[in-house]
Design a protein around this ligand. Structure first.
Ligand code: G6P
Ligand code: MN
Length: 443
């Protein structure tokens, strides 16, 4: 089996490779494609040092069509505009007093605008060169990008995120139950979902967790949202919902932090990529990776008084593991149940059939089939509808190239509070980012 990784010079590629080498994945060739040759070289050095010649054969291919030609699986994890673009989104948005997080709020819309056209080009190239390939999309904003790609690839593109399974693992630990014993009733959009029930032996044990201060105080989301709010919701939200429920706190802590997340990652990785050839590349990569994971959502944790991330909380699953589990389930027809981003069909009541949602899916040789999730409660459903409408307006604006459509998409996001703010954000980003100027070509 052949696996093509788009964004092959990405920082998390060694994790994917490690997972491939350590199991019977059936992958004999990995093709790395990236627009940045230096980065692929750096990642390749880590892979070669780590694998000691074991694992799948590595091929570097700089031409996209050649990289995907005849491939069986594509992992797509690209970052249009790089980390510099991410920090530009964060700074520009915070400068207007709104959130610039890479998937949530203004930042997600701005990042989506420049990413969607590139994702669509990738999708058409795959459709032409490898029509039978399965495409696993991790490119953020993952829900929006997967929905855009599904207009070309249909159900052959599946979006993934490691945050739901990370939440399940932490909740299982807090409840003292084995993961495999429980059914996690989770539904929503990417980074906008709720864990509504945890069934063990057919009984919902989530109320037991919600009733216990100690149990809630023992894991990340419990501390982030606080017992009173979780009891009010009767559910555990995905950690990204912190940005909706505690918007001002999140903005305040991001504004007062010495560096944005994007700036932090940029500084941290620069050293690794600059000094990556030669011996010790794997060591340096490992150090950077550990620090990166430990500081994930650091500002929000600080704002919520959560303290440092527990080492147990770090074990989120990792998107490398989610991707591998999905690939295995399809390739070996393993019939796994995984939370994935796919077209809704009729899984989530009140959401239309083609909207990409994040729900448990039954996965096997014939792809990922969303399971019936019923309806969300009214306020959650309203938020989902509003964010989905923004995602679609963003995709349409990116397709049309209209600056005014982009302003309207941005102004429609529930975390953007004024049309003036949206106007200013687009102006500032057009001035700063050539990647956005390439998309929004007319008024
Ligand atoms: C998790 C999220 C991803 C997000 C990533 C950020 O894996 O699910 O959507 O991109 O964390 O990690 P980073 O180290 O890039 O900030
Ligand atoms: Mn994610």
């Amino acid at each position: 089996m052949r696996l093509t990784i788009l964004g092959g010079g990405g920082f998390r590629v060694p994790l994917v490779h490690r997972a491939l080498a350590s199991e019977e994945s059936g992958v004999d060739t990995v093709v790395l494609h990236d627009t940045d040759a230096e980065r692929v070289r750096a990642v390749r050095a880590v892979l070669e040092e780590r694998s000691g010649g074991r694992g799948p054969k590595l091929v570097v291919e700089s031409d996209l069509a050649a990289a995907v030609r005849g491939t069986d699986f594509v992992f797509s994890a690209i970052r249009v505009g790089g980390l510099a673009g991410r920090s530009c989104d964060e700074r520009t948005a915070l400068g207007q007093g709104v959130l610039g997080q890479e998937t949530t709020g203004a930042g997600g819309v701005l990042y989506g605008l420049r990413t969607v056209p590139v994702a669509l080009r990738i999708a058409s190239t795959i459709a032409a060169e490898a029509p039978d390939a399965w495409v696993i999309n991790f490119t953020n904003p993952a829900g929006m990008v997967t929905e855009a790609m599904s207009s070309v690839l249909g159900d052959r593109v599946i979006g993934i995120c490691d945050s739901p399974v990370g939440l399940f693992r932490r909740v299982a630990r807090a409840l003292g139950i084995p993961m495999g014993d429980a059914w996690f009733d989770y539904a929503g959009l990417n980074h906008l979902g709720w864990l509504r029930r945890v069934l063990v032996g057919g009984r919902d044990v989530l109320p037991d967790l919600l009733a216990s201060d100690d149990a809630l105080g023992s894991f990340e989301e419990g501390k982030l949202f606080g017992a009173p709010w979780l009891r009010t919701l009767s559910a555990i939200p995905n950690e990204y919902l912190y940005y909706y429920y505690f918007t001002r706190d999140a903005i305040a802590s991001a504004t007062s932090a010495p560096a944005t997340r994007g700036e932090f990652l940029l500084q941290q990785q620069a050293g690794f990529y600059a000094s990556s050839s030669g011996a010790g590349a794997a060591e340096r990569w490992d150090e950077v990776r550990r620090e990166r994971e430990a500081t994930y959502m650091a500002e929000s944790r600080e704002a919520a008084g959560v303290g440092d991330r527990d080492s147990a909380d770090l074990d989120g699953g990792g998107y490398d593991r989610v991707a591998l589990a999905l690939m295995r389930a399809i390739a070996a027809d393993e019939r796994a149940t995984l939370v994935l981003n796919v077209r809704n069909r009729s899984a989530l009541a009140g959401v239309d059939a083609d909207a990409v949602v994040e729900v448990p899916c039954l996965v096997g040789r014939n792809g990922a089939h969303p399971l019936a999730a019923g309806a969300l409660d009214p306020s959650a459903a309203a938020l989902v509808a509003s964010v989905k409408a923004t995602e679609r307006a963003t995709i349409a604006a990116a397709r049309s190239g209209s600056r005014r459509a982009a302003v309207a998409a941005l102004a429609g996001h529930p975390l953007v509070d004024s049309v003036t703010t949206a106007e200013r954000l687009i102006e500032a980003e057009l001035a700063a980012l050539p990647e956005l100027r390439a998309v929004l070509t007319h008024d």
